[in-house]
Design a protein around this ligand. Structure first.
Ligand code: HEC
Ligand code: HEC
Ligand code: HEC
Ligand code: HEC
Ligand code: HEC
Ligand code: HEC
Ligand code: HEC
Ligand code: HEC
Ligand code: HEC
Ligand code: HEC
Ligand code: HEC
Ligand code: HEC
Length: 334
């Protein structure tokens, strides 16, 4: 009788242990890394909320695991080796590699996903084999050549893969041989701006890209850092209405409501004449007649031929009598 009881007791214990292992094995499956090669879509971080949800998940998994072990007692001896082995999370890697974790965290980079998505292998460096290059993640696995074939060596600029947007400025301003010419690297990525500058050579070509976009990649300068405005109160945004920084001598088409005083800052005499010698032309903007810088309108564009055909035939030039559109002689002034 005693013997039978011991046997059935052992069977029950056996079954319980089996159930425990099966449960553990299931859990392990849930977190196992899939070894298949990673596609861009998989590496893409989900919405900001996603990582938080993941840590939640990890937390609950961890707490159920401890609950199970509490009920079943802490494993010891051979049972230690029957526990599921879970892959390290970035936070766990960070226990030893904190500076790297911190770089990623502070970079705000889109590289803030699992370390092992990049480091498919790690802790396999062997100085005798000199295999560092070989084991380190390759950018090409997830990226193409985003800047074209002129720039294949990613780490030259993206020095730190754990903070890929910290790019040293002095590397960017280095020159490269293109054919026989030495070209600043900026120009190879920003062809539109470089072409614009070459097509309309001005004194800004001497200033150079890095003279304006100084110190930090992407810095946008203010015209007023280097120039006085034409008239008081003109802002940086105003400058861009008429000038492009990369072809400043080409004056763009300005709006009709452009303040006459702006034109008057250079064409002082005309401005003064039009203002002080009041006629109906004085109520117009300079830009109403001069729709583009340098454009000279014809009186007929607006007035047609208001006098007798005979008169116009005899005096085709209106200014023979009207003298100056900015200082029209009027009956009252005569
Ligand atoms: C986007 C891919 C990517 C991610 C994500 C990434 N790494 Fe790296 N890591 C690299 C590359 C590439 C190198 C090689 C850099 C070199 O050779 O200069 C590297 C190098 C390293 C090195 C050795 C060089 C050093 O600076 O000490 C360690 C350690 C390392 N990574 C740990 C981590 C850890 C830990 C994480 C996660 C917290 C992580 N990496 C996330 C791409 C990545
Ligand atoms: C218990 C501490 C510890 C943990 C946890 C740890 N590492 Fe390391 N790791 C080291 C040490 C020590 C080295 C060798 C010295 C060094 O390069 O900092 C190393 C080196 C590396 C290297 C460069 C050399 C090589 O052989 O690959 C990479 C990459 C790396 N670890 C990635 C990781 C990743 C990814 C994780 C998490 C999945 C991780 N490590 C977790 C301690 C740890
Ligand atoms: C495991 C895949 C993977 C590897 C390997 C990888 N990247 Fe990325 N990288 C990504 C993903 C995913 C993004 C986000 C792309 C997006 O949103 O369009 C990204 C974004 C970037 C960005 C954009 C800036 C940012 O961080 O938000 C830069 C720069 C970059 N990677 C450079 C590199 C360089 C340089 C390497 C090699 C050292 C590299 N990457 C290796 C997956 C990877
Ligand atoms: C000569 C320097 C240089 C080299 C070499 C270089 N990059 Fe970049 N990369 C940059 C700069 C500068 C940016 C713009 C960063 C910014 O937006 O502030 C950039 C942006 C990126 C971006 C962000 C996406 C975008 O187009 O806005 C990715 C991804 C990227 N680089 C990947 C790579 C990869 C992969 C390589 C190697 C094949 C590489 N880069 C080589 C300088 C470089
Ligand atoms: C390897 C390619 C690369 C090089 C070299 C490079 N850039 Fe860029 N640059 C980029 C990319 C990519 C962007 C982001 C483009 C975008 O957001 O549309 C960018 C953005 C910019 C912007 C716009 C920032 C904004 O707010 O819109 C400026 C200005 C700029 N770069 C100037 C420069 C100058 C000046 C240099 C040389 C010192 C330079 N870049 C070198 C790739 C490069
Ligand atoms: C005289 C100063 C100056 C010089 C020289 C200059 N830039 Fe700019 N650049 C600017 C200003 C100002 C802006 C902002 C214009 C705007 O907002 O419309 C700008 C804008 C840009 C942009 C962003 C364009 C966009 O649409 O977002 C790029 C890229 C750029 N410059 C590249 C270059 C390159 C490359 C060179 C050299 C070949 C260069 N710049 C030379 C002043 C300059
Ligand atoms: C970093 C300083 C700097 C910035 C920023 C700058 N310029 Fe200049 N610019 C110069 C220098 C230097 C010259 C040549 C000397 C001079 O005429 O004052 C010049 C000349 C010019 C010229 C005459 C060009 C010629 O070839 O005759 C115009 C027009 C001009 N700038 C407009 C602008 C406008 C508009 C902006 C803003 C979009 C701007 N500049 C931003 C430095 C700058
Ligand atoms: C309504 C159009 C207009 C606006 C707005 C404008 N400019 Fe001009 N700017 C011109 C014209 C026209 C010239 C003369 C072009 C020529 O010589 O053919 C000029 C010439 C210049 C010159 C060359 C040197 C000189 O004084 O002759 C500089 C520098 C300049 N502008 C800077 C600026 C700055 C800075 C702003 C913004 C505060 C600005 N401009 C706004 C139309 C404008
Ligand atoms: C920074 C000084 C400056 C400003 C501001 C300026 N101009 Fe001029 N303008 C000039 C110069 C210098 C010339 C002669 C060289 C040339 O043709 O570019 C000129 C030429 C002209 C001409 C042609 C003259 C001819 O004999 O063919 C007209 C018309 C003219 N400007 C109208 C305007 C009007 C309208 C404005 C305001 C919207 C204006 N200008 C603003 C400097 C300026
Ligand atoms: C009613 C239309 C009209 C208005 C308003 C006007 N102009 Fe004119 N402007 C003309 C015509 C027409 C000519 C050609 C006169 C000629 O052939 O001698 C001219 C010629 C010019 C010239 C070149 C000839 C010269 O006399 O030097 C300049 C510069 C000029 N205008 C500037 C201005 C400025 C600045 C303003 C505003 C303060 C202005 N104009 C307002 C019609 C106008
Ligand atoms: C862009 C159109 C435009 C152009 C070009 C133009 N004018 Fe006018 N002009 C006007 C307008 C608008 C009036 C006011 C009409 C009204 O109120 O009845 C006017 C009025 C006049 C008057 C009456 C002035 C007064 O105070 O009573 C004379 C004279 C005149 N223009 C002559 C000329 C001559 C000469 C030219 C060529 C040198 C010329 N205009 C070019 C639009 C223009
Ligand atoms: C032989 C001299 C002469 C010629 C040439 C001439 N005008 Fe006049 N114009 C006058 C006189 C005189 C007046 C009336 C005086 C006044 O109103 O100031 C006048 C008046 C005008 C007026 C004002 C009409 C009003 O109702 O107030 C306009 C507009 C005008 N002329 C346009 C022109 C145009 C356009 C031309 C050329 C196609 C032209 N004129 C050629 C002598 C001339």
């Amino acid at each position: 009788m005693g013997k039978r009881f011991t046997i059935s007791f052992l069977i029950i214990i056996g079954l319980l242990t089996l159930t425990f292992f099966v449960a553990c094995a299931r859990q392990e499956k849930g977190v196992a890394i899939e070894a298949k090669p990673l596609k861009m879509a998989e590496a893409k971080p989900q919405k900001e909320a996603a990582p938080a949800a993941k840590t939640e998940e990890v937390k609950t998994q961890a707490s159920t695991a401890t609950q199970v072990t509490k009920e079943e007692k802490v494993p010891s001896g051979a049972a230690l080796y029957e526990q599921p082995v879970k892959p390290l999370t970035p936070v766990e890697c960070a226990r030893c590699h904190y500076p790297i974790f911190k770089d990623l965290k502070e970079s705000k980079s889109k590289h803030r996903f699992e370390c092992t998505k990049c480091h498919q292998q790690f802790h396999v460096y062997n100085p005798i084999k000199k295999n560092w290059e070989e084991i380190m993640p390759k950018c090409e696995r997830c990226h193409q050549l985003p800047h074209g074939k002129d720039f294949p060596k990613c780490l030259k600029c993206h020095e730190n893969p754990h903070s890929p947007l910290s790019i040293p400025f002095d590397v960017l301003v280095q020159k490269r041989k293109v054919g026989k010419k030495e070209v600043i690297q900026c120009a190879l990525c920003h062809k539109n701006e470089a072409n614009e500058m070459n097509a309309h050579v001005s004194k800004h070509n001497e200033v150079g890209c890095q003279g304006c976009h100084a110190e930090k990649h992407g810095y946008i300068p203010n015209c007023l850092d280097c120039h006085e405005p034409h008239v008081e109160g003109q802002t940086y945004e105003d400058c861009l209405i008429c000038h492009s920084p990369h072809s400043p001598t080409v004056i763009k088409v300005y709006p009709e409501e452009t303040d006459n005083a702006v034109c008057g800052s250079c064409h002082t005499e005309i401005y003064e004449n039009l203002k002080t010698h009041h006629t109906k032309h004085s109520d117009l903007y300079c830009a109403t007649c001069h729709t583009k810088h340098g454009y000279i309108p014809k009186c007929q564009d607006c007035h047609g031929e208001p006098h007798s055909a005979d008169l116009h035939k005899k005096f085709p030039d209106c200014l023979k009598c009207h003298i100056d559109p900015h200082k029209l002689p009027t009956l009252t002034s005569r």
